[in-house]
Write a new protein. Structure first.
Length: 275
């Protein structure tokens, strides 16, 4: 009898030990699961932070970017302001310049009726853009792209960097100040100027950041030789050189601008519709 009781006690203790082991394993598994979940969330937050720091689109930054909208043929004015690149040198046809391609993107994606206005001139300096501000404001644009700096930073013109940045800041203020239509603005860096104009590119980015307007870095476009035209091709603007973008480069520029302004334009349009 005593032996039976002893065996029973041992059996009970063994069951208790097994229960403790199982409970411990479950706790360890739960702890690992919680740690994994925390690490997973941290990775997600880190990716979002990095994307934001690198200027990539996130849901928080552009909540309307992926939203399908239909503005039912509402009037929309796009006024590109800039120098030779904006004028379309050297696209094969006028409808191949980036401003025309971008207009088509906006019209197709948002069902706006887009009017292409603006002001541009061959080898224009930023000071010429300032002179054109009254004309642009009369157009009451919904979108303005600003492309200057390539001529300003050239050895021929040699405009001081601080003068350029102050003029660009003044230009943006004059386009978005009281009494105007307060358009969405997007800034473009210099085209194919290399190290000589890097400081001007940084000035453009600084002004964009200060005014909370997107900046399209064109070095990512002209750095790819497949986007640059070859010399001696007849275009609607004359015979091409090997500096300006070809039709493919123009389309890439239009696409990059559209990616930068798609969310803000949809948000602005929806707010206007709701009000």
């Amino acid at each position: 009898m005593k032996r039976l009781k002893g065996n029973l006690l041992i059996f009970v203790l063994l069951l208790a030990f097994i229960g403790v082991m199982i409970a411990g394993q479950k706790k360890e598994q739960n702890d690992l699961r919680e740690t994994s979940e925390r690490n997973g969330q941290a990775r997600i937050e880190n990716v979002t932070t990095v994307a934001t720091d690198q200027g990539q689109d996130t849901v928080t930054e552009q909540p309307y970017k992926n939203e399908k909208v239909d503005f039912k043929g509402e009037e929309f004015t796009y006024s590109p302001l800039g120098s030779s690149l904006t004028a379309g040198y050297y696209a094969s046809k006028e409808n191949k310049k980036f401003a025309s391609v971008l207009s088509n993107y906006i019209q197709e994606e948002m069902n706006y009726k887009v009017s292409l206005e603006g002001h541009s001139a061959h080898e224009a300096l930023l000071m010429h853009g300032l002179d054109a501000v009254p004309e642009i404001n009369k157009q009451e644009p919904d979108l303005v792209s600003i492309e200057f700096g390539t001529s300003d930073c050239s050895a021929k013109n040699n405009i001081p960097l601080d003068t350029f940045q102050k003029q660009l800041d003044l230009l943006v203020n004059d386009l978005t100040g009281e009494g105007t239509s307060k358009p969405q603005v997007v800034l473009l860096t210099t085209w194919s100027a290399g190290e000589r104009c890097q400081a001007f590119d940084e000035a453009v980015k600084t002004v964009g950041e200060e005014h909370d307007f997107p900046v399209v870095d064109l070095s990512e476009v002209w750095g790819d030789s497949s986007n640059v035209g070859r010399k001696g091709v007849q275009t609607y603007n004359g015979v091409s050189d090997n500096l300006y973008p070809n039709d493919n480069g123009m389309e890439v520029i239009a696409n990059k601008i559209f990616e930068a302004v798609e969310g803000p334009l949809k948000e602005r349009g929806l707010k206007t519709t709701e009000s």
